[in-house]
Design a protein around this ligand. Structure first.
Ligand code: ADP
Length: 440
């Protein structure tokens, strides 16, 4: 039966002791709800507190309405086999949660028959998952379901069950459970407001960074282009008779400027591909020591200030990965190691085989990164500010691209650094243990 709040107050035939303990629990729960935990953990913690104090509550779930999927989904639970419970998706109006959400009123089902009747329209798949979650076939003994809402904003339903015990939920439980539900709804409201505010802030930030990067990119593309145009026009001037040495110097400079434009454009294209979810990984067995040496040689040609050293153990295993993308990770990380050590130094590319993955590190002796800049380092468009007069051009896309590639392979990427001493970027790639060492 559905009950109004007035009907609930009439039902408050509870003694002083009970009231005091409920008040204590409500205060404890209110405290939990303001702790800095993420919402699902917070709701789990609250449900476990409910289980401790509310005798008939042997199992419970908080189901929230997911508008994108058009279903209620479990976000927190206790007393159930969680995996099965999480597979349940309740439609609008379906079963206990659907009806309580629609009516906006608390529902007390005092016996097995009442519960079975309210769940009569539960769809077959959901029924199956619920049986698995309860580890029994017969319906629960009693149930208390409360809508989670704040000022007309509906979020979902708190559903509590008695599965086996002879004790069942009764009228005197209602005010307490309603107060709990109000607290939970407030916490959900606060979290969703926070999430919306964060999303708006993030969107603004990204938009701002995007326009800054676009401006920087146009500038960076124009610089090599003007240089190329300058050298080419000069060589074409009929009145100037350039020597072969001068021509070849100009051609060398044009070649260099083309390389830098190519890197920039490749970064922009890769980033656009990743944005539209087009990063396709085609795995094949690759020899990382060979691949790392190839890229290191390519990079060494671009610098006389640095010494690049590749250090892999001789029995380094084959790794299943996409060579095109892994090369891109090495290029981006090595490009930074060179760029951000403007005074030169040693750059060591090291490989280590571990039990389930391989670990690559690229260590430089450059400017380093402050601890607070290490946190957003792999975020798109992030660029650290250097206060020692260095102006190093870049887009803030190299590391996010590297991260997207490594993660698409099932690996991780991170950095360690000391300002003024140097940076080490690490990344892992999972090992396919079944892979034969003899492969290609
Ligand atoms: P970009 O180099 O184009 O700015 P990245 O995404 O490759 O973009 O790098 C982001 C930022 O991280 C850089 O702007 C730089 O401040 C910092 N960074 C990356 N690698 C290094 C490094 N090896 N040493 C010092 N700073 C680095």
């Amino acid at each position: 039966m559905y009950l109004t709040r007035d009907a609930m107050s009439d039902a408050m035939g509870v003694d002083q002791l009970r009231l005091e303990s409920e008040l204590r629990v409500l205060t404890e729960i209110a405290k939990t709800l303001t702790s800095p935990l993420e919402l699902p953990e917070l709701l789990d913690a609250v449900l476990h507190k409910i289980a401790e104090v509310l005798e008939p509550a042997e199992a419970g779930t908080i189901m929230l309405w997911d508008p994108s999927g058009g279903l209620f989904r479990t976000v927190a639970s206790f007393g159930f086999e969680r995996e099965a419970l999480q597979r349940i998706g309740i439609q609008a109006g379906e079963s206990i949660s659907g009806k309580v959400y629609d009516s906006g009123k608390i529902l007390l089902l005092e016996n097995t028959q009442a519960v079975a009747q309210a769940m009569g329209d539960l769809r077959q798949a959901n029924r199956l998952f619920l049986h698995q979650a309860m580890r029994k076939d017969s319906p629960p003994q009693s149930c208390l379901a409360v809508p989670l809402q704040v000022e007309g904003h509906k979020f979902g339903v708190l559903v509590l069950f008695t599965l086996h015990k002879p004790t069942a939920f009764a009228y005197h439980d209602l005010p307490f459970v309603q107060s709990l539900a109000d607290l939970i709804a407030l916490a959900i409201d606060r979290a969703s407001l926070q999430a919306r505010a964060d999303a708006v802030r993030q969107a603004h930030l990204e938009e701002h960074m995007r326009s800054e990067v676009m401006a920087a990119l146009s500038h960076q593309l124009r610089m090599p282009l003007s240089a190329i145009k300058g050298y080419a026009s000069a060589m074409l001037l009929p009145e100037l008779n350039w020597s072969d040495a001068k021509r070849s110097e100009f051609l060398g400079l044009i070649d260099e400027e083309c390389d830098s434009m190519e890197t920039l454009i490749a970064d922009m294209l890769d980033s656009a591909l990743i944005d539209v979810g087009q990063l396709k990984v085609e795995r094949q067995p690759i020899r990382l020591p060979r691949l790392a040496t190839e890229i290191a040689n390519e990079m060494q040609h671009r610098t006389e200030l640095h010494d690049l050293l590749v250090d892999f153990p001789t029995d380094f295993p084959l790794v299943e990965a996409d060579p095109h993308w892994v090369k891109q990770v090495f290029r981006n990380v090595l490009d930074n190691a060179i760029k951000y050590s403007p005074e030169g130094g040693l750059i060591v590319i090291r490989g280590e085989a571990r039990l389930t993955d391989i670990l690559i590190s690229v260590a430089d002796q450059g400017l380093g990164i402050s601890p607070e800049d290490l946190i957003p380092l792999f975020e798109k468009y992030f660029r650290a500010k250097y206060h020692n007069g260095y102006h190093i051009s870049g887009t803030g896309l190299g590391l996010p691209i590297a991260r997207a590639i490594v993660e698409a392979h099932g690996g991780r990427i991170w950095a360690d650094s000391k300002l003024g001493e140097g940076t080490t970027v690490y990344f892992t790639l999972p090992l396919q243990l079944s892979l034969s060492q003899e492969a290609a």
